[in-house]
Each structure stands twice: as C-alpha cells, then as structure tokens.
Design a protein around this ligand. Structure first.
Ligand code: ATP
Ligand code: MG
Length: 581
C-alpha cells in the first residue's frame, strides 16, 4: 500500500524579515502509512512544528520532496486537496479562530466543505458536547479560557472528519482531565482507522503511540517503538528529553521491589504491578506524621475576592466567587485547578491588572482597592508572565524584548547587557545564539522562554507565573524549576499556576486548589499533595507518587502519611524493608 505521507531528503530554512536564514530541517526522510499512530517529540526548536506544517502544505521544502496521498506539496494546485486529507490543530489555537461565536467556529470548516445543513447541526452538537463546550456555544471564542480555546480548535477540525490529523501540542494548555479526553479521542480516532501524528512534550503521552519519531536539531534522531526509544534513557537525556514518569518510577522502585518490571510505560501498569506487603518478612514500624509550617510575615492577602467578566451583558461570567489567599515571603504558592477555574483571573489581581470589584487584595503595603496607589512601583515589585507568550511579545528582536523592562528601570551599557544575559541563561536561551533573533521567528517554546526571561530580568520581588511550564521541553522545565528554586532561596516569592502537577510537587511549599471560582482546599504541600482524594474531589488527577503510596497502603504496606515526593516514597519503603531484615 502506498504510504499516506512520504518525506524525501527534506531540507527547510526559515527566512527572517532581514533575509537571514535559520536551518530548521536537515535531510529528513520518512514515511507515514495509513492508520498509523505516531508521536513526534524533540527539544524546543528541534523542528517538530516545521515538519508537521509540511504535511498539509503550510511549508514547502527548500529542497527535497513531500508527497501526501501521492500529491506533491510543492505544486500550489494540490494544496486544497492536500488540506482536505490532512487536518491540523495548532500549538497556538488562538491563531486558528476566525468566527465571532463558538458554534460558527465549528460551522466554518464544514460550510467550506459543503456539508448539508442537518448533518452540520448534528456534527456541531456532537463535538461541542464531547469537548464540554456546549454551554459556551454562543460565546465569542476570545472570551474562552486558553484550555477551552484549545478544545474548540480540536472540535473544529474533528467535525471535518479528515483522514489524517496532526496535533501540534494540542494538550499543552489543557488540564490533566482535558489531556486525557484528547488522548482518549486520539486513540478512538485511530481505532476507527484514522492516521494520526501528534507532537507533545509529555513523555507519557508520546509513549501511547505505536511509533515515535524523535527530532534533534532538524534531523531524525530516532524512529522506533516507544518501548525501544524509552529503553535508551542516556540517549534521550542527551536529546533534552526524559523517561515517562511511570517508567522512571518503575526503574527506581524495581531496585527495592524486584517484582516490578522496569519496562512499564504507563501509570496503570505500574499501579497494577505493585507487590503486597509481606508481613512475615517486614516488621511494621509506624512513624508519626511529619508536620510543621512556621508562619512568616504575610506578604499577600486576598479576601473574599469576586470578579465578574462583562457584568450586565448577556456574556456575563462570574469567574471568582469569594477567593481567599495568603502568601508569605519566599513561599512558592501553587494554584492548581481545571482550565477555566479562575487561576489566571486571580493572578491578574495581584499585579493590579484587575482591581477588586468586591472583596480585597493587599500586596505588601499596597491596597489594590485604593484608586491612588502607585501602579508603577507595584508593577516593579510584582512580575507577571502570561500563559500565552504571544500576548506579551512586542519588540522585534529577542535581546530588546528582554532588555525592555530593565532599560525602563534605568539600566544601561554593560550592566544592562549582563542582566539580559543572566535572564536568558536562566531559561536556557543562549545569549549569542538568540539575542539578535526576531521574536516572531521563534518556536512556541522559545517564545515562552523569552517572556519568562523578560520577567526574570526585572529582578522582581514577587513573581506571578501563569502556566510557566506549558510548551517547554523536559530539560527546559527542569532548568526553569531549578532556577526558580535558587531565586526563592535568595528572596523571591512565587505564585504559579500549572497543570504539570508532578513537577509542581518538587517546588511548591503551599497549594490552593481552585475550582469553579472558589478555593476548594488550601494548605502546605504535604497536607494537599499527600491526599489524593482531596485533589480528585477538586477535579484534578493526583500525582503518581502519592497514588503509589496509597496503592501500597491498600496492599498492606504500613507507610507513614504525607508522602508525595519520590525520595520520600523510596526512603519509606527502604525503612520498612530494613526494619524487617
Ligand atoms: N517563522 C520563523 N522564522 C525563523 N525561524 C523560525 C521560525 N519558526 C521557527 N523557526 C526556527 O526553526 C527551528 C525549528 O522551529 P520549530 O518551530 O519547528 O521547533 P519545535 O520543535 O516545534 O519547537 P517547540 O517545541 O518549541 O514548539 C527553531 O530554530 C526556530 O527558532
Ligand atoms: Mg512547535
């Protein structure tokens, strides 16, 4: 059978507005067959989006060839047909929105395809219901949360029923439940015979494909089954990638509990392979729960905060319904909750982008209800990085973008240069490689890093980060978390929202679970992360470590409470084993 997509010695250069070229793909050759389920991974800037855009003729090779269903993508006459075969859901779904209300957004593609009216109505209803957007069907897309926009973009492509769909980090802005929904529908579409290629920075998602293509600096570094790719952790590491969390934990646990196969790639398999406690062998030694969380000076106080978007219009939306939040100096306070639950709205109250409509917000000595407060000095103390980098980039060159704030604050010459260089290095953007790059000519992850560096360059006292890890590859995520930890040690206070709950367990000191505009639970990390029911009740998926601890307890292991980090779990198991020998 003829492959659906053939790529033959593809080279591609991006050409910048000043004529400079960036080599994005080098000698890529591969085939994708009908019905395959393929994941495409690689570090930020490795060429994933560029390659994917060749498959529906959004990019044309600089040299080499791409054929889709036998159609040469370099011939403009083939483009319409190619795009009816291959649908694409982009990394920044806002770019994809054209209609003024949600329903029309889905209808648009169908109208262009000439689908009959009754069939259209049926399909729109089905996809909007499936993606939990039915209630929003009359709202304008730009008023939806980022996660909702991402679901809408997906619904719009799915309604067209193409034979191949390419997903470019479609799950990046989604909460874990939303991610599972997308992965389920990907598997379902694949089961029905559709060809699917998906790009992701989440290794556990990549592992669900039949085949993985790994890019490194524009070349194919690996093209193999997930089992084979993930059996080479050293190579993965050198490519800026990592093992899926379940596999990493399985390897660690297998050293203590040899019955666990270290090849498991999924959470479910790992949980089902946990051994029962052997009471004959180990003597239980119950330890008292660890507690204690001294209260410092409270730096930020939010009380009974309410916020209504577009009050008094038919589009009125209550997004905060009486929120309380206390944050002390040098806390790392995580806001966790489903998309649309109000986290971004809350963050924007803390640097004064929104003023309290009802309730109060105090940040250090500033009362945000006071119309006369000095906004400029508040903003120089509190940095905010939005979820979507495109809302925050406005300079032409990367270096100027990052220097913008420090320049306003009076830095010049060598001092300014040093500050910019440091900030870029903190987020893993090489100073000389990136300072003169165009901000519009960057990959999704690179853009995100520029907005993070811009905020860090201001040396803020308080930093508000909305989904800082979304779009970053595994090494960049780790690098950023390490940099933030160091900054907190030297005085920074951090409030961040994130769907990467496992990575947040490594940095957060406190957690608030946000659900439908309210705080569903709040407390120290140990008091929230160790209790998976608390997180599940708030609509989240609990991290794997406390889930394993619970599962082991259910199998008779007398583990102490408050286990939510890998090292705690491993040492608790070791303690029990040593007590038995
Ligand atoms: N419009 C553009 N103009 C110039 N260079 C670009 C442009 N878009 C991407 N690039 C560059 O091409 C290379 C590949 O980018 P691409 O967007 O394909 O990476 P990616 O693997 O999708 O990264 P990410 O994980 O960050 O989304 C990078 O060096 C990037 O900086
Ligand atoms: Mg990309």
């Amino acid at each position: 059978m003829q492959p659906l997509i053939i790529v033959d010695r593809l080279n591609f250069d991006h050409v910048s507005p000043n004529g400079s070229r960036v080599a994005a793909l080098r000698g890529v050759s591969l085939e994708i067959h009908k019905g395959e389920l393929v994941s495409l991974i690689g570090a930020n800037g490795s060429g994933k989006s560029t390659l994917a855009r060749h498959f529906n003729a959004l990019h044309i090779p600089t040299s080499g060839k791409v054929w889709v269903n036998g159609l040469d993508t370099s011939l403009p006459g083939n483009h319409a047909q190619i795009r009816s075969h291959v649908g694409m859901v982009f990394q920044n779904p806002e770019d994809q929105m054209i209609a003024s209300i949600v329903e029309e957004e889905v209808a648009f593609g169908l109208e262009n395809m000439g689908v009959s009216r009754p069939e259209m109505i049926k399909r729109i209803r089905a996809v909007l219901k499936e993606y939990d957007l039915w209630e929003e069907r009359s709202r304008p897309p730009h008023l939806l949360s980022s996660g909702q926009i991402q679901r809408l973009a997906l619904a719009g492509v799915l309604a067209m029923q193409p034979e191949c769909i390419i997903f470019d980090e479609t799950t990046a802005m989604l909460d874990p439940v939303g991610r599972q929904t997308v992965m389920q529908s990907i598997r379902e579409m694949h089961r029905q015979g559709m060809t699917i290629l998906y790009i992701t920075h989440a290794m556990e998602e990549a592992a669900q494909a039949d085949r993985m293509i790994v890019l490194d600096k524009g070349r194919v570094a690996m093209d193999d089954t997930p089992a084979s790719v993930f059996s080479k952790p050293k190579i993965l590491d050198s490519l800026g990638l990592e093992l899926p969390e379940a596999n990493h934990l399985a390897r660690q646990l297998a050293r203590l509990l040899p019955s666990i196969p270290s090849s498991v790639l999924s959470r479910e398999l790992l949980l089902s392979n946990l051994p029962a406690y052997d009471h004959a062998k180990y003597k239980p030694d119950n330890q008292p729960p660890g507690k204690g969380n001294p209260n410092g000076h409270s730096l930020i106080e939010v009380r009974k905060l309410e916020h209504v978007y577009l009050a008094g219009t038919p589009l009125e939306h209550r997004s905060l319904k009486g929120v309380d939040l206390s944050v002390n100096e040098q806390d790392v306070h995580a806001l966790l909750g489903p998309t649309g639950s109000g986290k971004s709205t809350l963050l924007q109250h803390i640097n004064g982008l929104f003023r309290p409509q009802s309730g109060s917000v105090r940040v250090d000595r500033y009362n945000l209800s006071d119309p006369a407060i000095d906004m400029q000095s508040l903003r120089s103390m509190v940095g905010l990085v939005f979820q979507n980098p495109d809302m925050q980039l406005f300079e032409q060159f990367v270096g100027d973008e990052i220097a913008f704030g420090p320049r306003l604050a009076g830095l010049t010459g060598a001092q300014l240069r040093k500050r910019v260089r440091q900030a870029m290095e903190l987020v893993g953007l090489g100073f000389s490689a990136y300072k003169d790059r165009f901000t519009i000519g960057l990959s999704g992850g690179e853009r995100k890093k520029v907005t993070l560096a811009s905020a860090l360059a201001l040396n803020p006292h308080i930093l508000l980060l909305d989904e800082p890890l979304a779009g970053l590859d595994p090494h960049s995520r780790k690098g950023l978390l390490d940099a933030l930890k160091r900054m907190v040690k030297s005085g920074l206070t951090l409030i961040l929202s994130s769907h990467n709950i496992t990575e947040i367990t490594q940095i957060a000191s406190h957690v608030s679970l946000v659900q439908d505009g309210r705080i569903a639970a709040a407390g120290s990390s140990a008091s929230i992360f160790s209790y998976r029911q608390v997180m599940e009740r708030a609509g989240l998926i609990a991290p794997l470590v406390p889930t394993i601890a619970d599962e082991l307890r259910a199998r008779g292991w007398p583990l102490p409470p408050d286990i939510y980090q890998e090292k705690q779990l491993l040492s608790a198991i070791k303690t029990l084993q040593e007590a038995g020998t």
